[in-house]
Design a protein around this ligand. Structure first.
Ligand SMILES: [Zn+2]
Length: 215
């Protein structure tokens, strides 16, 4: 089972991917993370990517494909792959078909976590965490039981991420739409796109994804 997981930042893609990794032994192939890991490990493709990045250039599709290929080759044949942040262009979508096809794998589903933009803004701008233990809270959905005191560790220091503001969220949303716009029609035409309600409760989103994978 190989899937592409789509959704704007804040839609809960990371949480859902981690659950699929933990529950089904799938492997998450996040191109950004993989690129950093390949550079660090000094693999042949990683060295090429490092040279390009150091010269201030953009990492080519060929290098990204090379990194994905290296990772797929390391994976257990029975483990499914979750692609995250890739493909982003029609050319990359075709490369992915080749990468999978060469290894006897198929792309099974393209799952999009659908979000309501205004609700997403509310969800993201309201979140904050305990500065000491990292427990997550929300102005509207999850306040500490005693105001100003962390439920878990009792600390009274909290922090908010600077980029959790409305303007940033709306910009990221627009970027996401621009990036997925070129690839969605390709997969729509192949009947691979499945949509889940990304605004539902986390467990419900997981149930919806599991139902698609088990169908
Ligand atoms: Zn705490």
């Amino acid at each position: 089972m190989n899937i592409i997981l789509l959704g704007p930042p804040g839609a809960g893609k990371g949480t859902q991917a981690s659950r699929l990794v933990a529950d089904r032994g799938m492997v998450q192939l996040s191109t950004g993370d993989m690129l950093r890991a390949a550079v660090k490990a000094g693999t042949p493709v990683g060295l090429q990517a490092k040279a390009v990045m150091e010269s201030g250039g953009l990492v080519s599709d060929e290098i990204v494909s090379g990194i994905i290929g290296e990772r797929l080759d390391e994976m257990d044949r029975d483990s499914g792959a979750i692609f995250d942040g890739y493909p982003r262009t029609e050319a990359q979508a075709h490369s992915l078909d080749t990468l999978l096809g060469d290894r006897g794998r198929d792309l099974d589903h393209v799952i999009e976590l659908e979000v309501d933009e205004d609700a997403l803004v509310e969800r993201i701008t309201g979140r904050f965490t305990c500065a000491k233990c990292g427990e997550g809270y929300h102005d509207k959905f999850k306040l500490p039981k005693f105001e100003g005191v962390c439920d878990v560790c009792g600390s009274s220091e909290f922090k908010r991420r600077a980029d959790d503001n409305e303007e940033t969220v709306r910009t990221r949303m627009a970027e996401y739409r621009a990036k997925t716009a070129p690839i969605l029609p390709i997969y729509e035409a192949r009947g691979l796109v499945k949509r889940v309600d990304g605004m539902a409760d986390i467990d419900e989103v997981t149930r919806q994804i599991e139902a698609i994978l088990d169908a």
